[in-house]
Design a protein around this ligand. Structure first.
Ligand SMILES: Nc1ncnc2c1ncn2[C@@H]1O[C@H](COP(=O)(O)OP(=O)(O)O)[C@@H](O)[C@H]1O
Ligand SMILES: [Mg+2]
Length: 222
């Protein structure tokens, strides 16, 4: 883990499961920081640079984005101290495993978006193992909770994470078509106005607040 003094916080958003919601969470959290007048940087380490491309299409996202293929350069970015939060979008494929390790080694915290479905079980546990081995503080964020299905979905997701010994945030993200829709409209979730957009911002703001508290605990050595 890099220094926690005099540096921008670096948070790796990772899951070796494609479609877990990494890119969505990275862009949404950066927009949340911007919404509260903070400075956020999104670092896209995926060779395909799809997140960087999407952000480039937004007229005024309120945060910066770079495409950086060398994870070792993250600590240099951090030392610039220009940002309140640096969010790293990591590749989701097995080929990206070495990149994932390097990014995690250069991060203060790792967030693991988790969709509770059988195809996620193995990749999530593998990702958690990489993060645990690196000794980086981390938490899963349960994603795509169907609010019409009651509390069962959330309870089951948490039970599974407990079973695996993976810590998770109390805050979680509900499933809304507004995520792909806002992206298609080239807007952040804080700019987009549509059905349930206030609910989306509520969820993301809670995750951001919980993340800030977790980083605060790291800063105070606990
Ligand atoms: N909470 C959510 N509700 C609805 N759709 C979501 C949610 N999170 C992610 N998605 C959608 O799921 C798809 C995959 O998400 P993405 O962020 O690209 O995952 P990853 O980067 O992990 O591959 C995208 O179409 C995205 O809009
Ligand atoms: Mg992605």
């Amino acid at each position: 883990m890099p220094d926690t003094g005099a540096a921008s916080w670096i948070v790796a958003v990772c899951s070796q499961k494609g479609g877990a919601g990494k890119s969505t969470l990275v862009m949404s959290l950066a927009a949340a920081v911007a919404d509260s007048a903070g400075r956020a940087l999104v670092v896209d380490v995926d060779p395909q640079a799809s997140t960087a491309d999407e952000v480039d299409k937004m007229a005024n996202p309120g945060f910066d984005v770079v495409h950086e293929l060398d994870p070792a350069r993250l600590s240099q970015l951090s030392r610039v101290r220009e940002y309140d939060l640096i969010l790293v979008d990591t590749p989701g494929s097995l080929e990206g495993r070495d990149v994932l390790k390097q990014v995690v080694d250069n991060s203060h915290f790792a967030l693991l978006p988790y969709v509770d479905e059988p195809f996620s079980y193995d990749p999530t546990q593998r990702t958690a193992q990489v993060v645990q081995e690196a000794g980086v503080p981390h938490a899963a964020v349960v994603n795509r909770i169907d609010s019409r299905a009651g509390a069962d979905g959330l309870t089951e997701a948490r039970e599974r994470l407990d079973e695996w010994g993976v810590p998770y945030f109390a805050s979680f993200i509900r499933q809304y078509v507004g995520y792909p829709k806002s992206l298609a409209a080239n807007k952040t979730v804080y700019q987009w106005r549509g059905k349930y957009s206030a609910h989306m911002r509520e969820d993301i703001s809670r995750v951001q607040a919980e993340l800030q508290r977790a980083l605060g605990r790291i800063a105070s050595g606990g």
